[in-house]
Design a protein around this ligand. Structure first.
Ligand SMILES: C[S@@+](CC[C@H](N)C(=O)[O-])C[C@H]1O[C@@H](n2cnc3c(N)ncnc32)[C@H](O)[C@@H]1O
Length: 334
């Protein structure tokens, strides 16, 4: 019956062999090395072992994780890498693709001084931590389920990093200009990961940018009116430390009473920028960060950008500044 079944559904092996398996096999050097070792239990290991077995090449299989020691892989048991001779005559093919697993394995190699072995890694492992590395990718996934953001993943990744950097600084976390709650979700999930329980405040009218008293802001009036307070409030209903506050931020900002560890201005206008810089900066604790999302977003944020420059002109000694390549500014209070 078994035979019949495989006759009915012939498996064309070549179709299933992934590109990473092909790349790793190309790097195996049977001429140069006495032994070739496959490291890191995975589908890649299974495929490489199977293909090499069919070609009468005998390989050693191993892992650094306890749970995979003595594991069966296509009829052969995995050893612990600690049992392998630490020899410069051996080549180790790292069969992993998950960047977190690869980093864990490299850490094990360094900590156990297994550095005489010659390691080969796949060269096409993607490297944007926001998508692939713990805990950033977990924060990103949870936040994206909560609410959408109009800013780029690169900008959201910066937010996560600076919430992390300021996690040991005391003080609340605030965002002005939440729209649908997307960047607020990233901030809140990052706080939950790095400093759980810290108060988070998210401010917006949730019905567009109100009229400003400055002509510099006239082009913003009524922008971003496609959201709603209840939508955003609802997105955070399970997070007790997150407070969503509706209203004109040029009035509601006074609800911020405590000192701050992180302040994020994402409200675009000259009027709110001027008011918030003056109110938030004295409240920011040392080691805290103030960020302006739209610094350098031209032409609409020329006034906001210039007011940020003017505000910090006489504070150069007390700040450390990071300007991401495309947009925004992060200012640390020394
Ligand atoms: C560019 S959007 C924010 C984008 C958001 N941070 C995200 O991740 O998608 C700017 C927001 O600032 C808000 N905003 C601007 N001026 C405001 C004001 N005076 N009062 C309240 N909200 C304001 C707008 O309503 C809008 O939702």
């Amino acid at each position: 019956m078994g035979n019949l079944k495989s006759e009915w559904t012939p498996i064309v092996k070549e179709k299933y062999i992934s590109k990473v398996v092909r790349r790793l096999i190309e790097k195996m050097d049977f001429e140069k090395f006495q032994k070739i070792i496959l490291f890191g239990f995975s589908d890649n290991m299974k495929w490489i072992y199977r293909i090499m077995k069919e070609n009468n090449k005998d390989l050693i299989l191993c892992d650094w994780r306890e749970k995979f020691i003595a594991y069966d892989c296509g009829g052969k048991q995995l050893l612990s890498i600690l049992e392998i001779k630490n020899s410069s005559k051996y080549q180790v093919i790292v069969c992993l693709e998950d960047i977190n697993e690869i980093k864990d394995s490299v850490r094990f190699i360094i900590e156990n001084d297994l550095q005489k072995l010659n390691y080969v890694f796949d060269n096409q492992v993607p490297n944007f931590p926001f998508n692939y590395e713990n805990p950033y990718n977990l924060i990103a996934q949870k936040a994206k389920q909560r609410a959408k953001s109009m800013i780029s993943d690169e900008q959201l990744f910066d937010l996560i990093q600076f919430i992390d950097q300021t996690s040991s600084v005391e003080g609340d976390v605030v965002e002005f200009g939440s729209l649908h709650g997307g960047s607020g979700a990233i901030i809140s999930e990052a706080v939950d990961c790095f400093s759980p329980g810290k108060n988070v405040y998210l401010f917006d009218t949730f019905k567009g940018i109100p009229k400003s008293k400055y002509g510099l802001d006239f082009h913003w009036i009524n922008s971003f009116a496609n959201n709603s307070f209840s939508e955003v409030k609802n997105a955070f209903k399970d997070m007790k430390n997150v407070n969503v506050i509706a209203g004109d931020i040029n009035i509601t900002y006074k609800k911020i009473k405590n000192n701050l560890s992180f302040a994020y201005i994402a409200s675009d206008t000259y009027e709110s920028g001027l008011l918030l810089l003056n109110y938030l900066w004295p409240k920011l604790n040392r080691g805290g960060i103030l960020a302006v999302c739209d610094y350098g977003s031209f032409p609409n944020c020329y006034p906001l950008t210039v007011i940020v420059d003017l505000f910090f002109e006489d504070k150069k000694e007390e700040i450390f500044v990071y300007k991401p390549a495309k947009l925004g500014i992060f200012i640390l209070k020394k």
